[in-house]
Design a protein around this ligand. Sequence first.
Ligand SMILES: Cc1ncc(COP(=O)(O)O)c(C=O)c1O
Length: 380
Amino acid sequence: MNNNLKKLFPSSNKVRMNHGSFGLSPLMIEEELNKLRNKYERDFLEYFENKLFDDYEAAKKSLAKLINCPVEGLGFLRNATHGLETALSSISRAVSRNLIKVSKIITTNHEYSSTQIMLKDYAEILKVPLIEIEIDNLLTAEITEKILKEANSSALLVMSHITSPWSEEIDIASIIKKSDASCNFIIDAAHTLGSLTIDEIVFERAIISFTLHKWAYFPRGTGALYVPQKLRKLIKPLVHSWFYNEDFEKRFFWVGTENLFPYLVAGKVLEFHQILKQEWDKGKELKAYLLATFEEFKWMKPVKANEGISNMAAWTFESGEVLASKKKFLKDGYEIWLGKAGKDSVLRISLPPYITKNEINKLKEYWLKNNPVKRGLNEK
Ligand SMILES: Cc1ncc(COP(=O)(O)O)c(C=O)c1O
């Protein structure tokens, strides 16, 4: 079924269902990156003088097309974490200069661990409370309702569009629509591109931080930051480089020895997404197949707010030594996300286009044979 798509990616004997963590670039993207590097690296000065700036602008336009956002609000940077830090540090500086007000930071208890560390630090710097809203076991609409209770009086809301590892969809557009106009938003969109579309209102109100290597299929080490027009004056790169004080459009261009080639394959990435659009209509079917296949594992509860996501499924369960199991999985050739997260343990299975039903069946057989989460498990 998906064999055509499988050929577009590097081959492997492993069952690779942890795309959500580390991603994988298609062969045509790897080839484009190598081609660019081979062509220009050894004669970089000439490339820099004659072509690099144009290529960079063209890459940004391709990315804007992929995201479907105004190119004027986009800057490349390394990953979602880099983008979140850029936004939070800029906002902190703007607060210290009385250019913007933040009364509290609102987040959920399902944010990525490094984001939790980051938010705690910035709440201290800004001397504002950090309010963590518990969203365990809720539907997307229930999450919206709970978050909206705090979305008032100059709150800064920082949250994922798709949580990791639970893969819950947070309905950012509805939260923005119904929140107080004094609120600002920073969205962690590490998993968004290639998974969910973004509503127009989100581009009007929210800063959005993307990882491009996961579901957007760029090479490793690529990300982007989108900033809505009303905040563009305030958001500056983390590093003072040549264009720091220029208009937003130029500000994130980083001259020097920074490696820009991974961003410059954006045109090829667009081509790849066109192929994907034509060839891959099986995502939802594959997800339904996976859920049905795993239905008999009654102790695992499917995550409720995951229904609208077709490329990842997740379950929660009570268990002890899951980390040891994860290593065993990997050794035996099965890549999945399995570990402690918040109150429970979580299994997350990614379904990139190179996965087939056969591989889902293989995983199930392995799971039955090895019972990888049995130790310490309160099986009911
Ligand atoms: C929700 C979420 N945010 C942030 C990150 C960090 O991504 P990166 O390492 O690309 O910054 C991840 C990585 O998996 C994630 O799942």
